[in-house]
Ligand binder design. Sequence first.
Ligand code: TYD
Ligand code: MG
Length: 455
Amino acid sequence: MAKIKKAFFCKNCGYDAPKWLGRCPACGEWNTFTEEVVARESGPAPAAVGANLPAAKPQRVADIRESEHRRIDLGNAEVNRVLGGGLVPGSLVLLGGEPGIGKSTLSLQIALAANGLRTLYVSGEESAEQIRMRAARIGIGNEECMVYPETLLEHIVAQIEELRPDLVVIDSIQTVYTGLLESSAGSVSQIRECAATLLKYAKGTGTPIFIIGHITKDGTIAGPKVLEHIVDVVLQFEGDNNYTYRILRGIKNRFGATFEIGVFEMLDAGLREVDNPSEILLTHYDEPLSGISVGAAADGVRPYLIEVQALVSGAAYGTPQRSATGYDARRMNMLLAVLEKRLGMKMFQKDVFLNFAGGFRVADPGLDLAVVAAVISSYFDRPIAEGVCCAAEVGLSGEIRPAPRTEQRISEAARLGFKRIVVSGYLAQSARRPKGIEIVAVNRVGELPKALFME
Ligand code: TYD
Ligand code: MG
């Protein structure tokens, strides 16, 4: 009789155990174990995929050739920047995002735009005709782009070995499976095994591989967390489905900074690179409105200006409502508590809603001051003077601290024609102060209203 081997896997971290456990000993999560059939065979186990790759040898660090560090230009400035200046050969990149956000579009577009590179786009989700239709919408630039609808890892690997492509896209890791395991595609053991095999291939042959992964509602990559540990780079594609803007965010990057973002607009003919995000994140109003402020942000090296909207209104019920879209709700509550304590604003009686333009999600602490400014403006129902923007962090004691790269933020505000920027008074004396814009330095939140309303 054939022997069936089963194992239990933690859905959160990929830990495996011979029996079911209520709490994962590795990550501490409760109720995350699922049973999966790992093997059902009678004969000898088949050879592992990639066993025929040449083994690597230790070599002196000084002897490693520089050319191995060259980066591949993907022909897409936004993606290149998020990757840290192009794609590193042999790197494994995970592209995560919610269904329908545009992961397939972006990766096909990369495969089609990487001129001069032989690209292999493996899809387990769509047929060749469907991909062809999508490619026609985007525009076929790269004649060397190959499309391969397949889900069995062994076949995919055989094709990679035969075609020797310069870039591989796997759409998506949840649809790929290996014949070595009996569990179904998308299960923890399959995802773990397939990702490990692809990693071996990427490293062994120097072929960069993009893996697409679906993200669950709570923002984690479906399947094991272990996927994030295996890959070199984790990119997250995000955006609000009600808007056309999309952000590509570096979450992890072994070859560069992680806070870099790329901005795109979803059009009928694919994703347009937005090289000047401020243009889409600022609105021009006929008359000044209260509750609106502008913050000079810098996620990564590129500064941009973004509109912040706040609505502060009397709470109708006992407990005030607090809601933040695109911003950390705890950080907003902290800033509201600072305003309550330092400015005597009665926030405990107020509902507060906070929003960022374009459905953008921001994590830059340098936007604190803009958030505070929007709340103050709405609370007192007074519009902020035209042409004023903010760039600073706010501390727990209501002190205004300098935001990283304040100089670049000021330059961007000046470039866009802003008349005044409110920054921290603690900004280093040596900091360059670009001309053409009035710089108002404040040290405490109490000084903010004067600076905003230009009294
Ligand atoms: P898709 O790349 O299929 O998303 P994912 O792979 O992340 O699930 O993108 C799906 C959406 O993108 C779909 O609603 C249609 C839209 N879209 C455009 O607006 N323009 C285009 O050129 C393409 C190809 C898709
Ligand atoms: Mg898709």
